[in-house]
Write a new protein. Structure first.
Lengths: 236, 285
């Protein structure tokens, strides 16, 4: 297989005295869906935020498309093609759905903008219906769709999505994961998700198991049994 | 007399609404309470006065442009770094008040006179519903309302405006989607100081400008912004018009010496009833 487009090595992040990540390695290939699984507090969010640049890693390397990015500000990383959809605070609460998407496509030309937004509406027809509605009046599920839509509208090469399934009804989780699969097929993006939901096994090509700031396993999904993932959560 | 009071109040409120808008724009976007914009604005007013004998338009441009530049530069070299290190409202109060004293001192040091009056064209006299006032006064009020409408239109319809809104609503996400938030902050800070200057120019041509006027405009502007719901520009405008009216009527009915007693008693009363201001605020101090 070719070189990974994203490679993290020796990444260490500390919050005061506590190490959230203890020199971990992580990588993702082009057009791949990678899942990061692990219990609460394992460091999943910290890893994603360090890649996007909203957290400064103290030690380690992050390379994206053969360029070292760990010292670059968020904006430069965004321009190189990295976009993080945070777990919370992932929409602009007082703007309409349409404006949320328009402003998120800010780095694209007008023509691309239109294409990107109509693609978002195609994936999530409910957003088209609600395009004039203010974001914080949407339901939880709709807000999640908008958050993914914001990620798509940014037109980044790699989308990092933090806990997309959290707070969603089981039926919606299945649907959301199907949509992510379709996004990968349509756009050739790389998608990295952190997940607590076991259904992630159905869409990810590879899984990283993260616990207490360390990588416990890195396997192709077909080689992983549900038990291994469950053990990770139970600390077994 | 009542109508006269209303019009005086509206005009006063309209002029006050300019620094209020300045405070609201800066606070709404950067989250920083800036108490210096009145003094910086008055510094610009003095600059305008200094160049007035050369050319009216050029003088006004120099005044407003300098204030924009001061705000634009102060943001990245001073205010943003402090904000990123977790500066709170108290720290910003002290820092921006200190900045205010610096600009008051500069005004004192640079300009030969401590009190000035700007002789701008009066635009004839206008009579509306039986009340006659200088056309210039109506122009001041219209200008203030127009500024508010223009800011709202920019926010609604331009790319830059949308990125201001996005930055004010969710700073982290704004950065993540690729908005240059530092640039947005600088523009907001520059606009706030420029609005302070426009307020000072109107104030200086209707009343007069002295070294203390900046504090009057800045603090009153801030208080009015809080009463309206800080960061909320419609709230700021409504609150400015109401406060202008209160000042005008308390002056008429009780005499000038009671003006501030009545005014600040009402401010306290409103904030006890509605701590987040008349129209409410997205952020709190």
């Amino acid at each position: 297989m070719a070189e990974p487009i994203l490679r993290v090595s020796g990444l260490t992040v500390r919050y005061g005295m506590i190490s959230a990540l203890k020199g971990i390695g992580f990588y993702a290939y082009d057009n791949e869906i990678v899942g990061i699984v692990g219990p609460n507090g394992a460091g999943k969010t910290t890893l994603l935020e360090s890649i996007a640049g909203s957290i400064d890693a103290k030690e380690g390397h992050i390379n994206f498309l053969n360029k070292r990015i760990d010292r670059l500000p968020i904006l430069k990383r965004r321009k190189l093609g990295i976009m993080l959809v945070p777990q919370e605070g992932n929409v602009f609460p007082m703007m309409s759905v349409k404006k949320n998407l328009e402003v998120s496509a800010i780095l694209n030309s007008d023509r691309e903008k239109k294409k990107l937004i109509s693609y978002v509406y195609e994936l999530f027809p409910i957003l088209l219906e609600r395009r004039k509605q203010i974001a914080n009046t949407l339901s939880g599920g709709e807000q999640k769709m908008l958050a993914i839509g914001i990620g798509l509208a940014s037109n980044a090469k790699i989308m990092l999505i933090d806990e997309p399934s959290i707070g969603l009804a089981p039926k919606l989780v299945t649907k959301l994961f199907e949509t992510l699969k379709k996004i990968r097929e349509d756009t050739n993006k790389t998608i990295v998700l952190s997940e607590q939901n076991i259904k992630v096994l159905n869409i990810a090509d590879r899984l990283f198991g993260l616990e207490a700031g360390e990588i416990r396993f890195c396997e192709k999904t077909e080689n992983i049994s549900k038990e291994v993932v469950k053990d990770l959560y139970l600390g077994g | 007399m009542i109508l006269n009071g209303v019009i005086t109040g509206l005009i006063m409120g309209g002029i006050l609404s300019l620094p209020v808008l300045g405070v609201a724009v800066i606070y709404g976007i950067t989250g920083i309470p800036n108490f210096a914009i009145g003094v910086i604005g008055v510094f610009g007013g003095f600059l305008t006065w200094y160049f007035l004998s050369y050319n009216l338009g050029m003088a006004i441009l120099i005044g407003i442009g300098s204030c924009f530049a001061i705000g634009y530069i102060l943001q990245p070299i001073l205010l943003t770094p402090i904000s990123e290190r977790g500066g709170d409202s108290t720290l910003f109060f002290i820092i921006t008040v200190s900045l205010g004293f610096i600009f008051e001192g500069l005004t004192r040091a640079i300009f030969p006179r401590p009190s000035i009056s700007l002789a701008l064209p009066r635009m004839g006299r206008l009579s509306i519903a039986g009340v006659t006032a200088e056309g210039f006064k109506f122009f001041a009020l219209l200008f203030a309302l127009g500024t508010l409408v223009i800011i709202r239109m920019l926010e609604e319809h331009t790319e830059a405006g949308k990125s201001w809104l996005a930055t004010s609503q969710n700073l982290k996400l704004a950065k993540l989607i690729g908005i240059n938030t530092n640039h947005v902050f600088s523009i907001a800070s520059g606009m706030g100081c420029a609005l302070g200057c426009v307020g000072a120019i109107f104030w200086g041509s209707l009343y007069n400008l002295n070294l203390m006027s900046g504090w009057d405009l800045g603090f009153l502007g801030f208080i009015i912004a809080v009463v309206g719901g800080i960061g909320n520009i419609w709230g700021g405008m409504i609150s400015a018009l109401i406060i202008g009216m209160v000042m005008s009527f308390s002056g008429y009915l009780l005499g000038g010496m009671w003006q501030s007693v009545i005014l600040y008693a009402i401010v306290i009363l409103v904030l006890i009833i509605a701590p987040r201001g008349i129209l409410g605020s997205e952020r709190s101090l």
